[in-house]
Ligand binder design. Structure first.
Ligand code: AMP
Ligand code: MG
Length: 409
């Protein structure tokens, strides 16, 4: 049986070469840039006013004093978006609003709060220095300069930057098409009545949600009874239209665990089966052409844990993320933890802050068939095999869920 690290390494090495596509700006959020972005315009695009006030020529105020103030004629107003006058002539001023472009000749803005107006004239009682409250064309970036690098994730701030330089089509790495198959004759959709022997299909919904939160809408979510022909049909359909297939349940050693056989029948090559971990020991991973196939053991805690420890990273790596796996940190334990002799423990855990230090504690209901502890789970504590007890106050490895911040609030 292989270790968690070995399993993750084998997955990383199995990721096919990345593909790219060009998306409209409005659909680019959450993708990874597949090109360097250069500014299509200067920013700011022209000299403009940083404040509401008056634009004038500083030279006109050179002789101004309290005794002999200069009086400037106010010729009109320029607001943001106006083409505005071409030229600001000697002895003249315009009212100007924030963001309005500066007419030629104008070189300083007197802010509205400091302006004195008498009989319709702007009264200046001291010389004004040039350049006040003016944002210069190109002061932030020059047209043609590189502003974003290939490989960066498009987050809301990046969308803003792209829009500010006028980009509406962005080359990104394509996200994988993902199919989900829940297996089990016992499964019933939420909303229905349960008959004896049945349970609700929680896994499919949980994984659908996890995918959605990664910006991946699965191309198919199917449920297959534990019947060879039914499973075959579902797997065939999934393989035909996916870059990654997630099958849940049916990968263990039960009499009705057909998944591995069915996959083998479709030419899916097994890369590993079984990992030294708890939960999720019978995890399966295989490949057919470009397509990756994960078989997650069906217990809900196994599905959740295996998804975030393996599938999440695989999808993100396929989407072009440079650090695709969960963030790993060393965090101080609030309670002692007994290790397992043979397998790594992946314990559902919650972090908190005590005396300004981050600490972590395992939650209750850890058994793989239990799900309620996911309410507070924001991380996994990873305890390697063979560790007798890790004492309270010692640091342990923790893998942080991507939505840890939401759990906290
Ligand atoms: P399996 O891996 O198919 O042997 O399933 C292990 C356990 O997980 C069994 O108790 C199943 O009933 C349960 N299980 C399997 N699939 C699901 C699912 N989609 N939703 C909830 N529980 C499931
Ligand atoms: Mg089953």
């Amino acid at each position: 049986m292989i270790t968690i690290n070995e399993a993750q390494t084998r997955i990383q090495k199995s990721i096919p070469p990345l593909r790219t596509e060009t998306l409209p700006l409005g659909r680019s959020l959450g993708y990874i840039l597949a090109e360097d972005i250069r500014a299509g315009v200067d920013l700011p695009t022209a000299d403009n006013s940083a404040m509401d006030g008056f634009i004038l020529r500083s030279r006109d105020t050179a002789s101004a004093s309290a005794v002999r103030p200069v009086r400037l004629r106010i010729r009109g107003a320029i607001k943001a978006g106006d083409r505005g006058p071409r030229l600001l002539a000697k002895g003249e001023a315009y009212r100007i609003m924030t963001g309005a472009f500066i007419p030629r000749g104008g070189d300083t803005v007197l802010i509205k709060e400091n302006a004195v107006i008498e009989k319709g004239k702007l009264v200046i009682a001291a010389p004004l220095k040039p350049g006040s409250h003016i944002r210069r064309r190109g002061e932030e970036l020059r047209k043609g300069s590189k502003i974003l690098k290939m490989g960066g994730a498009i987050h809301p701030g990046i969308v803003g930057i792209l829009a500010s330089v006028g980009r509406d089509r962005i080359k990104v790495f394509t996200k994988p098409r993902v199919s989900v198959i829940a297996t089990g004759s016992e499964l019933v959709e939420p909303g229905r009545r349960l008959r004896r022997g049945q349970i609700y299909n929680s896994n499919a919904w949980m994984i659908w949600a996890a995918l959605q939160s990664m910006g991946v809408t699965p191309v198919a979510v199917m449920t297959a009874r534990d019947q060879l022909s039914v499973l075959k049909t579902a797997v065939k359909k999934a393989l035909g239209k996916s870059d990654l297939v997630i099958i849940m349940g049916g990968v263990s050693v039960g009499d009705y665990d057909f998944v591995k056989d069915v996959l083998g029948g479709f030419g899916v090559r097994q890369i590993f089966w079984k990992v030294k971990q708890k939960p999720g020991k019978p995890l399966y991973f295989g490949k057919q052409g470009r397509a990756l196939v994960f078989g997650l053991p069906g217990n809900p805690a196994s599905v959740f844990t295996c998804f975030y420890e393996y599938v999440f990273g695989a999808i993100r790596q396929m989407s072009g993320f440079r650090r695709p796996y969960l963030r790993r940190e060393n965090v101080m334990l609030q309670t002692p933890i007994r290790g397992d002799a043979k397998r790594s423990l992946l314990l559902k855990a919650k972090m908190s802050t005590r005396f300004r230090k981050r600490t972590i504690a395992p939650l209750g209901f850890q058994a793989s068939h239990m799900i309620s502890s996911l309410r507070d789970t924001d991380s996994f504590i990873v305890i390697p095999p063979g560790r007798k007890t890790v004492a309270r106050g010692k640091k342990a490895t923790a893998d942080l869920l991507p939505y840890a911040v939401e759990v906290e609030s």
